[in-house]
Design a protein around this ligand. Structure first.
Ligand SMILES: [Zn+2]
Length: 291
């Protein structure tokens, strides 16, 4: 199924898409040793290229994971280089946020990079991690203190300790509309426009419901729906629509997202598109009654 959306409605990578990247490209990185850094778009990289190269050079990747929508690449403490100043002997983390169009590629250093590649990390083994980003909103942050960025994020919705009670406690006291609340990364990490709409349809909740007026049963349904929507997204390797991440199949299984005027998979009513907080929002008017 081809879904075409106006560019202003283009979906961005969310938790399932980032998780897929971590499980594919990310799985290839542990053990590689950083050598050089190249960047031709200064806003992409923090700190600037020479400092970033000084921080990363000679370090080995120890682990690659995800926090919210960030790819988290951890490097060793370079203890093998005692001549370095003390701060350089702490571990280093590289955070990558794909934003609208970012894509991570692992390619041989001698292959010409695509014109959208603005950041490259060359490994000692002659390969390169390349960050392709047509719209240039993506960010790469090299830091000793990743918690300064990641610490502001809300809990991970797929972690075992994230219970329906925990969700209820977080969102009810905020007294906000449901959709903007769930999009807020400080409330819950990793959800974006696609998976919020899909979760709310699964839960049978209208995106404009007030969070403080949800019943206990509705919170339990919402919690289960968020996890199910994200898990299905991961199982299908995320969604690929207009943007440059081609591997996913989730777009063929959307219940409401991008499906205005098509029948609801549960009741057959026509899916509606409304705008909530300037974001295109898809819902079934019968399954998700207005507040
Ligand atoms: Zn319906």
């Amino acid at each position: 199924m081809a879904i075409s959306l106006r560019w202003c409605e283009r979906p961005m990578p969310e938790l399932p898409e980032v998780e897929t990247i971590v499980r594919t490209v990310g799985a290839e990185l542990p053990g590689r040793i950083a050598a050089r850094v190249f960047c031709d778009w200064p806003a992409t990289l923090r700190p600037a290229v020479r400092k970033a190269e000084a921080l990363l050079g000679g370090r080995r990747v120890t682990a690659v994971g995800r926090r919210g929508k960030y790819v988290v690449i951890r490097f060793d403490d370079a203890a093998c280089a005692p001549s370095r100043p003390r701060h350089a002997r702490e571990s280093i983390t590289m955070l990558v946020h794909l934003r609208m169009s970012g894509r991570l590629l692992l390619e041989p250093a001698d292959s010409p990079p695509h014109r959208f590649v603005h950041f490259r990390l060359r490994w000692k083994d002659g390969s390169e991690l390349r960050f392709s980003d047509a719209r240039k909103f993506g960010r790469v942050i090299v830091t000793h203190r990743p918690e300064e960025v990641l610490g502001a994020l809300g809990p991970e919705p797929l972690e075992a300790e994230f219970s329906a009670d925990a969700l209820g406690a977080r969102i009810r006291r905020l007294r906000r509309r449901l959709k903007p609340c769930l999009l807020d990364q400080r409330v819950l990490a990793g959800l974006g426009n696609i998976y919020v709409d899909e979760s709310l349809h699964r839960a049978g909740l209208h995106p404009l419901r007030r969070t403080d007026r949800l019943s206990d049963a509705e919170v339990v349904r919402l919690h289960a729906a968020i996890r199910a929507a994200l898990q299905e997204g991961i199982r299908r390797n995320g969604a690929s629509i207009d943007w440059v991440y081609p591997e996913g199949r989730m777009q063929d299984y959307f219940r409401v997202y991008g499906r205005a005027d098509q029948p609801c998979c549960r009741c057959g009513a026509a899916v509606r598109r409304i705008v909530v907080g300037q974001r295109a929002t898809y819902l079934c008017p019968d399954c998700q009654p207005r507040p």
